[in-house]
Design a protein around this ligand. Structure first.
Ligand code: TEU
Ligand code: CA
Length: 548
């Protein structure tokens, strides 16, 4: 099996990365232009979110043809060139496979709509009356999970948008179709796959109302999910391919099974529990300050749970669905640089394969949109209406979107302080974040002390010190709520990682830490403030020490 423990994966949202032809939309040739930058950064793989033919209702997560490229992003020749050029730089490409659902524009769904029995069986249709929803489940994007098709007299299931119909994995023909899509891309030289919401593919035998929640408990990590995955991986020969599953509302036990090599399912899993610590009562659209205690507890549980049972985590703060971490857990005004570096260290030195989302390495911030017309995401637009409907004022609704919208991470990559941040010659499809004049690639390449240089260092360190990739993790007892401290250790090396997660200084009692046995390896302040038996950690300070 390919070793993915010592690799770093960079996520690209093609629509917002680089526009090569001046239509305001990022594209494949734009990625080719920037490969040298990614090589400079030192990443091993690039995961690209979907660029397949799609009506783009959910920015490509509504796939209408899994084997063709949406013309807005380029051509198959462009992709071939991208694969080849990336390969020359030692970078492997990972594609995003959206196998829980297809776009309703997909040929399979279109044929189902024509009444072809064979294709009706590709999806989850239920006979019924237009007045009675089959279940009371709620879609992830708001509203019911069912849509009625009058001329068929049937409802179909959509856990996401109504234009994203859930596939029927119980049908062996569907599974064969999906395997053949994987083989197709593998033959083209694709080195990895990210599987979108892959733990939602197995639906319950009986569909019933959920009296406790939105229905997710019936289809999350569903009854046959592990069997389906094993079969897919074996039949599509994914052995030498890096695979990561996006797991929605999952459990540690399931993620151990998904990622333990003995199970032959996936290389690793994303879970999102640590990114819900500022959801009030678990509700994304209710604001609350982050609960640092739960954040640390969740990391501990997941790190140790996976370590003790042979599982492997994908570790990350940011992706195309999450607000920017420096605005969320850091302080993008007073301690922008310090907090971005602290958050980087925290994640990269955990046990797991780290993911960097485009612009995170620059400390890109939330977009701070203030008008609904600036938003593009279907989820944000739906929830804006839902929030108003629930009685929130426009100001309140906009304040919630500003903190929670997925568009926070989808603004154009900030390449320079030039026109449209160097992303495009013309008006981008979504507005550029206002701070691009100071936060951009060009200026951070110049600055020795930049966030970009710090990420570069962390990536390099993973290559130099095997303890980062394969060492065990152990957490220091909690002395201070804002201190997140852990040790990484293998047979030859040991690191001690001390993170102050807050904007307040804290003093650490070092009498039990034997600090004299360690030397300084990395940090985000120029020096260390230590006295006998005490170490001062300044706002958002991170210190990495190495055992001599
Ligand atoms: O995301 C799945 C997912 O669980 C999130 O979209 C989440 O439900 C959402 O942010 C609500 O808070 C994946 C993709 O990453 C996302 O971009 C897609 O929209 C979604 O699947 C559907 O394919
Ligand atoms: Ca373009």
């Amino acid at each position: 099996m390919t070793n993915f423990h010592n690799k770093v994966i960079y996520q690209i949202y093609p629509k917002s990365f680089m526009d090569s032809n001046g239509d305001g939309i990022g594209d494949l040739r734009g990625i080719i232009e920037k490969l040298d930058y990614l090589k400079y950064l030192g990443v091993d793989y690039i995961w690209m979110t979907p660029f397949f033919v799609s009506p783009q209702n959910d920015n490509g997560y509504d796939v209408a043809d899994y084997r063709s490229i949406d013309p807005v992003f380029g051509t198959m020749e462009d992709l071939d060139e991208l694969i080849e050029e990336a390969d020359k730089r030692g970078i492997g490409l990972m594609l995003d496979m959206v196998f829980n659902h297809t776009s309703t524009q997909h040929e399979w769904f279109q044929r189902a709509l024509k009444g072809e029995k064979e294709y009706i069986d590709y999806y989850i249709f239920k006979d019924g009356d237009p007045q009675y929803l089959p279940t009371n489940w709620e879609s992830k994007f708001g509203g019911p999970t069912w849509e009625y098709v009058p001329h068929l007299g049937k409802w179909y299931l959509h856990l996401f948008d109504s234009t994203q119909a859930d596939l029927n994995w119980e049908n062996p023909k569907v599974r064969e179709e999906l395997k053949s899509i994987l083989r197709f891309w593998k033959e083209k030289g694709i080195k990895g796959f990210r599987f979108d919401v892959i733990n939602l593919i197995s639906k319950p035998k009986v569909f019933e109302n959920d009296m406790e929640g939105d229905g997710r408990r019936f289809y999350t990590d569903g009854p046959l999910v592990h069997e389906f995955l094993k079969e897919l991986m074996e039949d599509a020969e994914m052995k030498d391919i890096v695979t990561v599953g996006e797991m929605s509302s999952t459990s540690i036990d399931n993620c151990i099974r998904y990622s333990n090599p003995a199970e032959k399912e996936l290389s690793m899993c994303f879970n999102f529990h640590h990114l819900k610590i500022d959801y009030k009562n678990g509700e994304k659209w209710e604001l609350m300050p982050p609960d640092i205690h739960s954040l640390k507890e969740l990391f501990k549980q997941w790190q140790l749970g996976m370590q003790d049972n042979g599982g492997w985590n994908a570790v990350f703060w940011c992706n195309h669905d999450q607000p920017r971490i420096v605005s969320r857990l850091g302080d993008d005004k007073n301690y922008w640089k310090e907090s971005a570096k602290l958050l980087a260290t925290t994640i990269h030195l955990l046990r797991g394969t780290p993911y960097i989302y485009q612009g995170e390495e620059l400390g890109m911030t939330n977009s701070y949109f203030s008008d609904i017309s600036q938003y593009r995401d279907v989820e944000s637009l739906n929830y804006y209406e839902i929030l108003l409907h629930k009685g929130k004022s426009k100001e309140e609704a906009l304040q919630i979107l500003a903190a929670r919208s997925r568009d926070n991470s989808r603004t154009p990559m900030q390449w320079s302080d030039g026109k449209h941040a160097g992303f495009s010659e013309s008006q981008p499809w979504i507005g550029v974040t206002g701070n691009y004049k100071s936060i951009n690639v060009e200026s951070e390449i110049e600055d020795e002390d930049s966030i970009l240089k710090y990420y570069k260092k962390l990536i390099q360190l993973r290559k130099e010190k095997s303890v980062i990739a394969d060492g065990r993790i152990e957490f220091l007892p909690e002395e201070e709520i804002n201190l997140f401290a852990y040790r990484r250790q293998n047979e030859t090396e040991e690191l001690l990682v001390l993170n102050n997660l807050s904007g307040e200084s804290l003093t650490l009692d070092t009498s039990k830490l034997e600090l004299s046995h360690y030397k300084y390896l990395l940090g985000n302040y120029e020096d260390i403030k230590s006295q006998e038996k005490q170490l001062l950690l300044r706002p958002f300070e991170t210190i990495v020490l190495e055992r001599k």
